[in-house]
Design a protein around this ligand. Structure first.
Ligand SMILES: NC(=O)c1ccc[n+]([C@@H]2O[C@H](COP(=O)([O-])OP(=O)(O)OC[C@H]3O[C@@H](n4cnc5c(N)ncnc54)[C@H](O)[C@@H]3O)[C@@H](O)[C@H]2O)c1
Length: 362
């Protein structure tokens, strides 16, 4: 089995590739433009494998996608490349529309031509797996989102992902492209770019900096460990029913305030000599994000019933593992903070602006 993974140098894509290299025999082509969010250091554990190939390219470049498909002849595509950060989509939506909508279109168009050129079992087995978010459904007061929930995206990010979901569905219904779609909740775990809530708060708390929490901190999110997510992706890619959508959630709903308090309690325990204890004393409330969805919660029942997926991590142990990882892996995140990977300096450290400090997870 040979797969083309788009966005494989990002948080979830790199976790997927590490998983495929460690747990399967699959050969992987990582197709990634290397935006600010990418980090090839996340792929260091697999970079020397003869089953791993890297292509620096843009999904909006249809010719580059077609050339990659013609050269590598994959058995399927796992599409994760996207602009993924809600706050950035509010500040500058254009890149989100380009990559998430037009990039997905370009990929679909090239994938369709490639799939149509296949014959027999290879054509039958080909899959285009689109990785999306529960944010396409908007905010929910009670109950859980399911695959049947109405699309009501509220941020430019969510709207661009909703558009890409619709394109993928249309390429299946109109052209017969064999697609599967997954919509998942907030991911967390090792190797997450430190602008998102959990790594941002861990790193700031370790440095004794204020922990900026939007509004009253009462927005509710469901947290899915990235290692559970990538197992779900591989299961759906191989065994999901063509044309179907599968929701992936973590059964770990909590307010942003609770998440911050829990990680502060873990830091108090694992850093008993820190001058910043109790870390929860660093909490600071900042003006809310515009259009901030109040609650997301999603039901993974279909994935569990049909494909037998089960979570391996509960939130408490997953968060503990994540905190420990960030304590031990300064070599991974410090170069990101000071811009050594070519991105802008992030809002952690003394020169941070208030808006950069307030950036955090959806
Ligand atoms: N992180 C989450 O909590 C979460 C939740 C639900 C859904 N998702 C979805 O999962 C996918 C992966 O998310 P992530 O958190 O790993 O994102 P990420 O921002 O960490 O990584 C995105 C990757 O895509 C690459 N990329 C961006 N634009 C590209 C382009 N035009 N061409 C080729 N590569 C490009 C980047 O270089 C980067 O490596 C995204 O589609 C996202 O919408 C993420």
């Amino acid at each position: 089995m040979k797969v083309l993974v788009t966005g494989g140098a990002g948080f979830i894509g790199s976790a997927l590739i590490r998983y495929l290299m460690a747990e399967t025999e699959a050969e992987v082509v990582n197709f990634d433009k290397l935006t600010y969010a990418a980090n090839l250091a996340s792929l260091a554990p697999v970079a020397d494998s003869p089953r791993y190939h890297f292509l620096k390219a843009d999904i909006c470049d249809r010719a580059a996608v077609a050339a990659a498909l013609a050269e590598h002849r994959p058995d399927g595509i796992l599409h994760l490349a996207a602009e993924s950060h809600v706050d950035r989509s509010i500040d500058g939506p254009a890149a989100f529309l380009d990559t998430n909508i037009m990039g997905t279109y370009s990929l679909l168009d090239a994938a369709k031509a490639y799939w149509q050129s296949l014959e027999g079992p290879a054509k039958e087995a080909f899959r285009f797996h689109h990785v999306s978010t529960d944010e396409v459904y908007g905010s929910i007061e009670e109950g859980l989102f399911t695959e049947e929930s109405q699309y009501q995206p509220n941020s430019p990010y969510a709207a661009s992902k909703a558009s890409s979901d619709h394109l993928v569905r249309a390429w299946h219904r109109t052209y017969g492209l064999p697609v599967v779609i997954t919509n998942c909740s907030n991911n967390y775990g090792p190797y997450q770019f430190p602008e998102k809530l959990i790594p941002l708060m861990i790193i700031k708390a370790m440095a004794g900096e204020k922990l900026p929490i939007y509004g009253k901190g009462d927005n509710v999110r469901d947290w899915l460990h990235v290692e559970d997510h990538v197992r779900a992706l591989w299961l759906v890619f191989r065994q999901g029913r063509v044309g179907e959508t599968y929701a992936v959630g973590g059964r770990a709903e909590m307010t942003n305030l609770e998440v911050v308090e829990r990680l502060c309690a873990i830091l108090d325990e694992v850093l008993p000599h820190s001058p910043h204890r109790p870390h929860a004393g660093l909490k600071s409330f900042v003006p809310d994000r515009p259009g901030h969805d109040r609650r997301y919660a999603i039901d993974s029942g279909k994935l569990e019933r049909e494909l037998g997926w089960r979570q391996g991590h509960d939130f408490e142990s997953g968060l503990r593992q994540t905190v420990t990882w960030y304590l031990e892996r300064r070599d991974w995140w410090e170069p990101i903070l000071d811009g050594r990977y070519g991105g802008e300096r992030l809002g952690v450290g003394s020169s941070a602006s208030q808006s950069a400090q307030a950036r955090q997870a959806s």
